[in-house]
Design a protein around this ligand. Sequence first.
Ligand SMILES: Nc1ncnc2c1ncn2[C@@H]1O[C@H](COP(=O)(O)OP(=O)(O)OP(=O)(O)O)[C@@H](O)[C@H]1O
Ligand SMILES: [Mg+2]
Length: 558
Amino acid sequence: MKNNTIKNINTIDELAKFADYSFLNTLVCDPLANQDGQNHNPREVFNGHYVPVTPTAIKDPIYITHSKTFFKELGFADSLAKNEEFIKMFSGDTSNIKKPLKNIGWATGYALSIYGTEYYMQCPFQTGNGYGDGRAISILEAVINNKRWEFQLKGAGRTPYCRGADGRAVLRSSIREFLAQEHMYALGIPTSRSLSLYTSKTETVTRPWFNENSYSRDPERMIEENVAISTRVAPSFIRVGQLELFGRRARKKEHPKALEELEQLVLHAIKREYQDEIDENSSIEEKVILLALKFRERLTSLVSNWIRVGYCQGNFNSDNTAVGGFTLDFGPFGFIDIFDPEYQPWTGGGLHFSFFNQPEAARKNFNSFCSALMPLLESNQNALDNLAGIRSGFAKEMNEKMEKMWTSKLGLKKYDEKLFNELMHLMLKSETDYTMFFRELSSIPKDISSLEISFYRKINDKELQNRWNKWLETWKSKLSVSSEDLKTVNPKYTLKEWFLVEAYEKANNGDYSLILELQEIMTKPYLEQSKQVEEKYYLKKPSNYFGVAGISHITCSS
Ligand SMILES: Nc1ncnc2c1ncn2[C@@H]1O[C@H](COP(=O)(O)OP(=O)(O)OP(=O)(O)O)[C@@H](O)[C@H]1O
Ligand SMILES: [Mg+2]
């Protein structure tokens, strides 16, 4: 292996030394693609794992921010984010890139299942063959400090999977995703990472949006929005939906190489995401079974952690579920404010993707994942039975992870159903801010008066007060950890949508200060931080924000 442990990457030329595109040799390129990557028109892609496509640069890119933490991990000098060549590359202009870097990126196709139901009609051809990365283009794989990373531009222009859309991402959603990724990482939850964020003031796109202070669930008008390109980084961007695309083709024997392409993709996913856990020398059946087991472990753990920190993915389709078991696509996500098991930040998402239904939605995605693997085990009944067992064991493992999570969130020795159920009941009755409540509880208060700061309504009701005090007493008698321990699992700050609204507005006027402020605060979510920070961000949602479109709920690509 070449030496890839340099600590300070200052230029694109230095970064280039870490580039490694060797995967292109083990995966199949769409045989009908223009090799120059210049065809950006929507079309059906029938086989192959990726389509070469060049990014379309945003006009006059402006630096907004980069992840200092992640730059450090990668050994990138901070100054690199403002380096002219770096800005060019990560705002989509690869025209002058020098070898060994490639000026052609790649986009991948994927299938879609919503809550376990297969869809084909979501692409213009109604076959599913035109669905995939419509605006996400990967441009680099690099091995740095012995870790392999894929760098993907989001909003980098049209790809064959764009379905007639513009391939752009607006500034608003790019800010949200950029901040949320690093926030999620700081919360200790696996996620794709943010590298950089650049915008354009001279290029806009038209998007549906709401009137000011509107309560509408549906967008009411079209607005012009600045475009942006954010770069996200992960060991791979393979989604459950992507395995499904190849699984479906193999199942239906759509072409002679369908099964082989599925196997190649699965082996690629294992290499990128599970290399340390799955022995390269075992048989394909053994690998597939272990992959299912390991993915089940990661997915159940991921979802229980989302619930721990009050995160609702909002659009938890199979194409937004990373095979690596990390958080992917912060489209219409939301961090909950007032506790509601049915909380759902996305106007287009139903109850099936709501806050407390995420374990069930994950199970549906896991079913889709297992179905995609089945063609690889077809000749081996024993392996198929094993897979079926892993599949049907999802609910049990999910349940165990949830109980384990609640046990640690409440600092108990073992899960206590009665205590938990009573708490849920009381929280709902008292209209409780989820984050603030658990943080206040982490101070192990004497009585409920110290918890009142987290209630949206005044608790005058004597019976409710008594029930709270009784619950608190029982909880304390069972508590087995310190206040400090509790504060490591119950964050003080989470990235709520209403914090972001002002950041978007300022950013639209070229003022990025609030983005930087939020980035600073939300990358230390468990720390108390200063009095000023507390006064500004340790707050219940103001009542005038409830139900307001663009704050309490959002559309998909906004
Ligand atoms: N403006 C756009 N132009 C082209 N394709 C788009 C656009 N917006 C969304 N898409 C595509 O529509 C599909 C569904 O959108 P969704 O909001 O789940 O994903 P996304 O936020 O764009 O991307 P990702 O899942 O890569 O984070 C995705 O395949 C996405 O690439
Ligand atoms: Mg998506």
